[in-house]
Design a protein around this ligand. Structure first.
Ligand code: ARG
Length: 464
């Protein structure tokens, strides 16, 4: 028998190449805590079920504690020859306590073990990301409050469309991140079932108690089908899909920051803390952090695509291909944590040039809709016709090279005699914004109410 844990029917060791392609310890050591926690739960259950002597159970528990300590202190010697985290820990346990270590794997396989560890890890990752997303929401809401009256152009097609407030614009992202949190949380609910006890795939002949280990590991229930338990990775895919959508939201915000920070827009600027210079052009002040948040999405969507492809052709149940499930998830978590922190930092750091925003909000005849609405409301003109008349007023303003709000009563009258002096009142940017008081609209009073509601909906658990 070789020294390998599975070496009973083997007489020689693997080639170096075999070892190199097979070993996962370099990355799955990140599952160490979860692996030990799972083993402790399994061990306690074996003892309680009379499948393991109490003295052996105690020795195992003691050994696992020591291993956990040495891993957290950074003194544990991970060995590639032991392939993965499961066998590294079991190997070390054998060194520490001898024979009883070999009893821990009773009624367990690495297949249900890794599925359990990985679910525990992804669950914790979801909880950690939730805190980061909430912190970003809190920062966005605070900024929105500061800028509840700050006027900016709202865009469609990146053309100035209608005036909005910067606060309103920022709150749009609070909603998006709120749904991202919901997606992760839905995924968390579905993933929170215990695979432990599924064995290699068919279950086990030992009288185990799956409810006990499930409860101990804070899962909601044991997974109902042992084949499913060891072979699906949909929880990782859901994590990566939710991550992809979140990263797309972050990327859109990042893209806006890049646009707004350009000299051409000049809406916002960042302090030195979130700017970088150019090695050649001394005048440059670049929003690199925003560009990187935008750029990192490539990796995250790549991770989702990669894992979908890994899983798509696999027959039930476990195949070693599935060892490829971890790196994309780990990398996505690390990337997102950084991107969320960078975005939170940038939003906090942002300085707004209100004059530039205000000027841009008024440029491009952004209150033309208000003129059409006025005709509908005050003169009972059908909206389609009102739209046409307002369009002609825009044309007149263009001919005079002035803004819509600079037209005179005479100008309006020459467009249509129903355009009386009162119509001039709706042409200012401020009037336009104040008038948009429908639920969800940009009117500052509305946005103030939305800020309070958003704090209530999204930040309550942060204060508790
Ligand atoms: N390191 C393996 C993985 O991550 C553990 C499961 C191995 N199971 C097996 N039957 N070879 O997938």
């Amino acid at each position: 028998m070789t020294s390998r844990i599975w070496g009973g029917r083997f007489s020689g060791g693997p080639s170096d190449i075999m070892e190199a392609i097979n070993a996962s310890i370099d990355f799955d050591k990140r599952l160490a805590k979860q692996d030990i926690r799972g083993s402790r739960a399994h061990c306690a259950m074996l003892v309680k079920q009379g499948l393991l002597a109490k003295a052996d159970g105690d020795a195992i528990m003691d050994g696992l504690l020591k291993i956990e300590k040495s891993i957290s202190e950074g003194t544990f010697a991970f060995k590639r020859a032991l392939e993965d985290i499961h066998m590294n820990i079991e190997g070390r346990l054998t060194d520490l306590i001898g024979e009883p270590a070999g009893r821990l794997h009773t009624a367990r396989s690495r297949n249900d073990q890794v599925a359990t560890d990985f679910r525990l890890w992804v669950r914790a990752a979801v909880d950690s990301l939730d805190e980061h997303m909430q912190a970003l929401q809190a920062t966005l809401i605070d900024k929105a409050e500061t800028h509840v009256d700050t006027v900016m152009p709202g865009f469609t097609h990146l053309q100035a469309a209608q005036p909005v407030t910067f606060g309103h614009h920022l709150l749009a992202y609070v909603e998006m991140i709120g749904r991202d949190r919901g997606r992760f949380s839905d995924a968390r609910t579905r993933m929170n079932e215990s695979p432990l006890g599924a064995g290699a795939m068919a279950g086990t002949s030992f009288a185990i108690d799956r409810d006990q280990t499930s409860t101990e590991l804070e899962f909601d229930r044991p997974m109902a089908n042992s084949l499913d338990a060891v072979s699906d990775r949909d929880f990782a895919l859901e994590f990566l899909s939710s991550a992809s959508i979140l990263s797309v939201h972050l990327s859109r915000l990042a893209e806006e920051l890049v646009i707004w920070a350009s000299a051409q827009f000049g809406f916002v600027s960042f302090t030195d803390a979130f700017s970088t210079g150019s090695s050649m052009m001394p005048q440059k002040r670049n929003p690199d952090a925003a560009e990187l948040v935008r750029g990192k999405v490539g990796r995250i969507i790549g991770a989702l695509t990669g894992l979908l492809i890994v899983v798509k052709g696999l027959p039930l149940t476990y195949s070693k291909d599935m060892q490829e499930d971890k790196e994309p998830v780990f990398a996505t978590f690390d990337t997102l944590e950084l991107c969320l922190a960078a975005m939170t930092g940038m939003i906090d750091d942002i300085a707004v040039n209100k004059d530039r925003m205000r000027a841009a909000a008024g440029a491009g005849h952004t209150t033309a809709t208000d003129l059409a609405d006025w005709l509908v409301q005050s003169k009972d003109v059908p909206f389609r016709e009102a739209h046409h008349i307002a369009g002609q007023a825009v044309k007149t303003a263009e001919e005079k090279s002035c803004g819509l709000e600079n037209l005179t009563e005479g100008d309006l009258q020459s467009v249509d005699d129903r355009l009386t002096a009162d119509a001039l009142k709706v042409l200012s940017v401020e009037a336009s914004i104040t008038s948009r008081s429908s639920y969800g609209g940009t009117a500052p009073d509305n946005v103030r109410a939305q800020i309070a509601a958003a704090r209530d909906r999204f930040l309550k658990s942060a204060e508790a």
